[in-house]
Design a protein around this ligand. Structure first.
Ligand code: IMP
Length: 177
C-alpha cells in the first residue's frame, strides 16, 4: 500500500503483468503493420513510460514524437480551442498510432484524433495501456487496449494523482475507506 497526498492506494497491476501485456500489444502491432512504417505520437505527460517500454518491442520501422494537448479560451466565437503542442513531424500520408496512458471518458482522445486528422495521415489508430469502458463517452473505442479496468482512479507507471505517483513501477488503485 502507498500514500500520496491525502489518499491511500493499493497494488492493482504488477510490473511483470504490465510488461507481459505490452509485449503482446507490440506483437499485434508488429503483425498488423508488416511492410508499413509507423509514426507513434505519445501523449504527455502520462504516456512516457508506456511509450518507452512499448517502442522497445516494436520491430517494424517507426518514429516517435511526444506531444501535449492544451486547451485554452480563444478569442473566436468557438470559445475553447484545442491544440497539440510539440507536433513537429509531418504526418501527411503516414500511419499514425497515438499512445495514451488511459482512456477514461474518451473526451481527450476524441480531441486528439480530430487534431491529427487535420494533418491528413494515411491512418490513425489509438493504443492505450488502460481503458475504462464504463466511463467511456467517446465516438470510437480505442483500437489497441492493454487492460480494460473498472471505473476507479489509478496511479503509477506514468499516471499521477496531483502530479504524484508517476514514478511507481506498478499500477495502483485508489483504496476505498
Ligand atoms: P479522458 O476522460 O478520457 O478525457 O481522460 C483525460 C485524462 O485524465 C487522461 O489522459 C489522464 O491523464 C487522466 N485520467 C483519467 N483517468 C485517470 C485515472 O484513473 N488516473 C490518473 N489519471 C487519469
Amino acid at each position: 500500500m502507498i500514500h500520496l497526498n491525502d489518499k491511500t492506494f493499493e497494488v492493482f497491476i504488477r510490473e511483470d503483468e504490465i510488461f507481459k501485456e505490452i509485449s503482446s500489444l507490440a506483437e499485434t502491432i508488429n503483425n498488423e503493420y508488416q511492410g508499413k512504417e509507423i509514426v507513434f505520437i505519445a501523449i504527455l505527460n502520462g504516456a512516457f513510460m508506456f511509450a518507452s517500454d512499448l517502442i522497445k518491442c516494436i520491430t517494424v520501422p517507426c518514429e516517435i514524437s511526444f506531444v501535449k494537448v492544451s486547451s485554452y479560451t480563444g478569442t473566436t466565437s468557438k470559445g475553447r480551442v484545442d491544440e497539440l503542442i510539440g507536433l513537429n513531424t509531418d504526418l501527411e500520408n503516414k500511419h499514425v498510432i497515438i499512445l495514451e496512458d488511459i482512456v477514461d471518458t474518451g473526451i481527450t482522445i476524441d480531441k486528439i484524433i480530430t487534431l491529427m486528422n487535420e494533418e491528413t495521415p494515411a491512418s490513425v489508430k489509438v493504443c492505450t495501456l488502460l481503458y475504462k469502458p464504463t466511463a467511456f463517452l467517446g465516438k470510437k473505442e480505442p483500437d489497441y487496449v492493454g487492460f480494460s479496468i473498472p471505473n476507479k482512479f489509478v496511479v503509477g507507471y506514468g499516471l499521477d494523482y496531483n502530479e504524484k505517483g508517476r514514478n511507481l513501477k506498478e499500477i495502483y488503485q485508489l483504496k476505498e475507506d
